[in-house]
Write a protein that binds this ligand. Structure first.
Ligand SMILES: [Zn+2]
Length: 120
């Protein structure tokens, strides 16, 4: 397991393994939160601590943030049978992205990968 937390530590996020591939997305919310998303099955993730949820549009995804410090922690589907969720890799230990493929994803328009770099 790899454990990360929001800035204040109230919310802890544990994932089963480091991510080999993550996405940096320019959609309306990601470009504002600045999150880098690592994707997992909800079975591979444990979140503890108080979060608030933000939803908009078709209201199919819950965007969670720490109730105390406001850091964006993860998104999960409203439909709990959906076997995918996004975890904000920015909350993970500093070396979490080391060597990972960071894909630039054009979520604002074409929904395609437009570039990539290797994590520092
Ligand atoms: Zn917090």
């Amino acid at each position: 397991m790899v454990e990360g937390s929001c800035h204040c530590g109230a919310v802890r996020v544990e994932v089963a393994k480091p991510a080999e591939e993550v996405k940096e997305c320019n959609c309306s919310i990601c470009r504002r939160t600045g999150g880098i998303l690592a994707y997992y099955s909800p079975k591979e993730v444990r979140v503890s601590g108080p979060t608030d949820v933000y939803m908009w549009g078709d209201r199919e995804l819950e965007f969670h943030r720490c109730k105390v410090c406001g850091n964006f922690t993860h998104w999960s589907a409203v439909d709990k049978s959906y076997d995918r969720m996004g975890v904000n890799a920015r909350l993970m230990p500093a070396d979490f992205l080391k060597g990972a493929r960071i894909l630039q994803f054009d979520g604002a328009d074409t929904w395609t990968v437009t570039g990539e770099r290797i994590g520092p």
